[in-house]
Design a protein around this ligand. Structure first.
Ligand SMILES: Nc1ncnc2c1ncn2[C@@H]1O[C@H](COP(=O)(O)OP(=O)(O)OP(=O)(O)O)[C@@H](O)[C@H]1O
Length: 485
């Protein structure tokens, strides 16, 4: 991009944690003024809600930022005030293992929303893929344990602040690249599902895949409420995937149904874990789709269910014990993030550490994970081709020789998904008129955005967030071996 415009106020660039809705274009085509505080490198990804770009803050060139541009709705022209309030709340989230939302911008010209996050070079999707497809080698135990511990640590913080992620999956678990935070896990995409309705409804029509593989059985059986236990189920699935490099429950999704009941996904789960019984999960019978399950799946007998054989762990192994507690059917009995952090698995060698990617034991091979490819041909609009010479001439950080992501000028970034990966049918995105509520004050449009928590709960959430570091949440387990740090 490298617009070369120097009209921007540099003080704005350092204005993190601010909400910017300035629509001035500063004589630079139709590029909004707020955008000029960034050098845009290109597109790095595409998700349900929109495109993700890599940029650098002009006033701090060593600082990389991931800017998520939210899609415009087909039938609306803005973002709801309720959604904006939710976003403002997310900016108060502050934990080492949760990706930091540094800026929020609204482009009034087309009412598009941009969220600027700290940039992370890696994510678990790519790390797992690298081990499976590139180096054909399992992930070492220290790395798995450190990734899992930090994931749980960030999740414990979110859950303590009444935030349920709802859409945890490997691509949402980021890992920092070279630098002071090398190998630190950052949970991304938290809270966004609440802003844009349920994650069970894909909002995009861009063909991006929404996976059901990490979805908890109670949701598949029609549970109406999200609890923190749904995230712990997803963590269990991710833990197993780190161990085996394969998704644990790869169900085929039935598309186009508003019904959460996904027969194949449940079938895949039951094959490995056995049928849930009322004895083990007493409230099972109250779930809306339990009858459908009884009729369609329970007839199939899965006698030899065995999670341990799928993950190649002995039932006596503490890793297996922890995993099976994460994959407990009854959400009320499922282990919590706080409890999991205390599990014996994390107290055995190798102990988890802050840099999950440091070289393992001497003699073990160091894995060099590739940097994210950057599609430098795609601008914020998603369609404009950047001038081929611009990345070099714009003085952006990559061409300036600073350590940074690998730049690809031609590659289309959306990641290849495995064949047959389930996807949800697009639904219309809830969109609301923001122009009526300048400064996010009046003109609210509640009701359009389903809120799962009451006002009191929100107030509590804010208080909790301000507490910042709930007891014991940032401390790593006692380290016998300091080399990890
Ligand atoms: N802060 C960030 N730093 C670096 N990369 C990021 C950041 N946030 C997201 N990404 C990457 O951008 C890509 C798209 O992310 P996004 O969250 O939009 O979609 P997704 O997680 O793949 O899918 P979905 O949005 O459907 O859940 C992913 O590869 C993700 O790892």
């Amino acid at each position: 991009m490298g617009d070369g415009n120097t009209n921007q106020s540099s003080s704005r660039a350092g204005n993190s944690n601010s909400m910017s809705g300035n629509n001035n274009t500063s004589g630079n085509g139709n590029r909004p003024e707020w955008l000029q505080q960034y050098d845009l490198n290109g597109k790095i990804g595409e998700g349900t809600y929109g495109l993700v770009f890599l940029a650098r803050i002009k006033s701090n060139r060593s600082k990389s930022i991931a800017i998520k541009k939210f899609k415009q709705s087909k039938d609306g022209d803005g973002v709801s005030p309720t959604a904006i309030r939710e976003i403002m709340l997310l900016r108060e989230i502050n934990h080492e293992n949760v990706v930091k939302l540094v800026n929020v911008h609204i482009n009034h010209a087309d009412m598009s929303l941009y969220l600027a996050f700290d940039y992370a070079e890696h994510d678990l999707y790519e790390i797992i893929r690298h081990h499976r497809d590139k180096v054909n080698q399992s992930i070492n135990q220290y790395t798995i344990k450190s990734l899992l511990w930090q994931l749980l640590n960030g999740l414990n913080y979110l859950h303590s602040n009444w935030i349920v992620h709802r859409d945890l999956k490997p691509s949402n678990i980021l890992v920092m690249g070279e630098g002071e935070e090398h190998g630190v896990v950052k949970i991304a995409d938290f809270g966004l599902a609440r802003i844009y309705q349920s994650p069970l409804k894909a909002l995009s029509d861009n063909g991006v895949v929404v996976t059901i593989w990490y979805r908890a059985p109670e949701l598949l059986l029609g549970a109406k409420h999200y609890t923190s236990a749904v995230d712990m189920w997803a963590v269990g699935c991710i833990f197993a995937e780190l161990l085996t490099l394969k998704p644990l429950f790869q169900g085929q999704e039935v598309k186009g149904t508003p019904n959460p009941f996904q027969l194949d996904q449940l079938d895949k789960i039951f094959k490995v874990l056995g049928h849930p019984t009322q004895e083990k999960w007493p409230t099972l019978v109250n779930l809306p789709h339990w009858q459908a399950d009884v009729q369609q799946i329970q007839g199939r007998k899965y006698e030899n269910a065995g999670l341990y054989s799928v993950v190649h762990l002995s039932p006596k192994n503490p890793a297996y014990d922890l995993l099976s507690k994460m994959l407990e059917y009854d959400p009320r009995k499922r282990i919590t993030a706080a409890q999991a952090l205390e599990h014996e698995y994390f107290r055995m060698e190798p102990l988890p550490g802050r840099n999950a990617l440091v070289p393992p034991q001497p003699g073990e091979k160091v894995v060099n994970y590739p940097n994210r490819p950057v599609d430098t041909t795609t601008d914020f609009e998603g369609t404009i081709s950047l001038q081929p010479s611009q990345p070099a001439s714009s003085g952006n950080a990559v061409s300036g020789g600073m350590p940074g992501p690998h730049v690809m000028t031609t590659r289309s970034v959306p990641r290849p998904m495995p064949m047959g990966m389930p996807r949800l049918q697009p639904q219309g995105m809830a969109a609301y008129n923001l122009t009526s509520q300048a400064g996010m004050g009046g003109g609210m449009n509640p009701g359009a955005m389903p809120m799962q928590r009451g006002v009191a709960a929100q107030a509590h959430q804010q208080q909790q967030i301000r507490r910042k570091d709930p007891a014991g949440m940032t401390g790593y387990p006692p380290q016998k071996n300091s080399r990890r740090f």
